[in-house]
Design a protein around this ligand. Structure first.
Ligand SMILES: [Cu+2]
Ligand SMILES: [Zn+2]
Length: 191
């Protein structure tokens, strides 16, 4: 585990060194923060689900480093996105995927994707019987300020696997057929 973490941080450090251009000047605004967090809670019927995520960005034009984990998801892959609004109710309703540029749904590494598309988070059962899902990414598409800002929006985990826009129906290009949200949390800035 420790070896994996050391490897991961080495990888993140090497990627963060590379400069990433801002899309335009509106990305550099006064609301910039270097760190944001989201606490995930399950909807009724999934109360055991909980998790924490941290988002860090050195400057408005740097990629965002995101790390976190969710416990007690059903084992398997679950669609994982930032949704538009930051006011989840008991069902985690928070609008559609955050999509300020009117693109179609995709995966984290796709050229064409919603800004809020993180693909899937994968849950594994541990020896203790608990289920753990870890996620780490260096994403140049999201930001903690400007028009790509995920701050104040909702991080959502879904019941089903996200087909990343490659499914057989139109819904695939909107939601990846990932089904209903089962857990969520608002992304809040850290002062
Ligand atoms: Cu979603
Ligand atoms: Zn999407």
């Amino acid at each position: 585990m420790l070896v994996f973490l050391l490897f991961l941080f080495g990888f993140l450090k090497s990627v963060v060194g590379s400069p990433v251009a801002c899309y335009d000047s509106s990305d550099v605004s006064l609301d910039c923060t270097k760190e944001a967090r989201a606490t995930i809670r399950g909807i009724p019927g999934y109360e055991d689900i909980h998790g924490e995520f941290v988002f860090r960005q050195q400057s408005p034009c740097s990629p965002v480093i995101m790390t976190g984990s969710i416990f007690n998801l059903p084992p398997g892959s679950h669609g994982f996105h930032v949704h538009e609004y930051g006011r989840p109710n008991a069902t985690c309703y928070s609008g559609v995927h955050f999509n300020p540029f009117g693109q179609v749904h995709g995966g984290l590494l796709d050229k064409e994707r919603h800004v809020g598309d993180f693909g899937n988070i994968n849950a594994f059962r541990t020896k203790s019987g608990r289920t753990v899902a870890q996620f780490a990414a260096v994403d140049p598409v999201i930001s903690l300020c400007g028009q790509r800002s995920i701050v104040g929006r909702t991080l959502v985990v879904h019941e089903k696997r996200d087909d990343l826009g490659r499914g057989p129906n139109l819904e695939s290009l909107k939601t990846g057929n990932s089904g209903k949200p089962i857990g969520c949390g608002v992304i809040r800035r850290i002062f």
